[in-house]
Design a protein around this ligand. Structure first.
Ligand code: AKB
Length: 315
């Protein structure tokens, strides 16, 4: 085993920022960005990069063979909204991508594996407010179904093979560096782009759709804190509930108006993402994350709004 860390799916919204954070923590050349697509930046001058398709076992094995990674982060996935447009591909990528990574991580004795789950594992029969870690789970999107099945596989590989795999159920992640990749929570990013460009935004979710959300800086810090925690503290081997804050489009618009007073928010109708949002929790109880690895978010709605507008306003 070498000191290398692989980030599979490194060009996405989370991967882009996770690679930077891991390189800062573990060394620039130790973190290998891997994606099926060429990144926007100049590959030659930007630290190690490999073209990897997690569904292509030969290709994936060759990267494990080359780096013998001590840690692997698997972020390649189809999200809730795009998953519904292509359910079979979403299942294949989200499920077989995970199984390939779990298998090679055992074969190459990878010390730790990170795989994100999502609030999409919950469904219409799950409690809506302060949704607990353990409760009825009946996801009705292919994304949610694949994440719930993936959680069970992660726990199975931990129990059966001793693989140290760790996971978080991400809420909607709000960030400005890279665009989100086809989720139900994406309105909470698009709204900032349009507020700055056009002073108006048409939301695909209705005014009072409360959803759990988190600022990217908190999500990255939480992910690395979970991975750095002593193994004996990690009591949940499926995936941890992980909370930042909850808000709805109307509350977000009100906060944006403190900076852009003439900002207007309108609402579309009949968007299929509304039904997905309606099936998800409004807020999350993450007391296991708090207890096991001291999780505590730092960004509230005020801070997120000013950071988003400040950073996007520069560009
Ligand atoms: C999505 O909306 O699909 C994602 C998620 C909550 O996992 N952002």
């Amino acid at each position: 085993m070498t000191e290398h860390i692989l980030v599979l799916g490194s060009n996405g919204q989370i991967g882009t920022e996770l690679v930077t954070a891991l390189r800062k923590a573990y060394g620039f050349n130790k973190v290998v960005a891997c994606d099926i697509r060429r990144p926007d930046y100049d590959i030659k001058n930007a630290g190690p990069f490999e073209f990897v398709n997690v569904l292509d076992k030969e290709n994936l094995k060759a990267v494990y063979e080359k780096y013998k990674p001590k840690q692997v982060y698997l972020l390649a996935a189809l999200l809730s909204a795009t998953g519904e447009q292509n359910p079979k591909l979403a299942w294949d990528l989200n499920m077989n991508g995970l199984l390939n990574v779990l298998d090679f991580s055992i074969e190459y004795r990878t010390q730790k594996v990170y795989w994100p789950s999502s609030i999409a594992v919950f469904g219409p029969s799950s409690p809506k407010n302060q949704t607990p870690q353990f409760c009825t789970m009946d996801p009705n999107t292919v994304y949610g179904i694949s994440k719930l099945a993936g959680e069970r596989w992660c726990e199975y590989y931990f129990q059966k093979f001793g693989l140290d795999v760790r996971s978080i159920r991400y809420p909607g992640i709000i960030s400005w560096k890279a665009m989100p990749g086809g989720g139900t929570t994406d309105y909470a990013i698009h709204i900032f782009h349009d507020a700055l460009k056009k002073k108006t935004y048409q939301s695909f979710l209705s005014a009072e759709t409360d959803l759990p959300m988190m600022y990217m800086d908190d999500a990255i810090r939480g992910t690395i804190e979970l991975m750095d925690a002593p193994a004996e503290n990690i009591q949940i081997r499926s995936s941890y509930n992980f909370d930042g804050l909850s808000f709805n489009p109307e509350e977000l618009a009100a906060e944006i108006r403190k900076h852009i007073p003439d900002f207007t928010l309108t609402y579309g109708d009949n968007d299929p993402r509304q039904a997905i949002a309606n099936s998800w929790p409004k807020s999350i109880d993450d007391s296991y994350a708090e207890k096991d690895w001291n999780w505590s978010p730092k960004f509230d709605l005020q801070k997120i709004t000013s950071e988003m507008l400040r950073n996007l306003g520069k560009g």
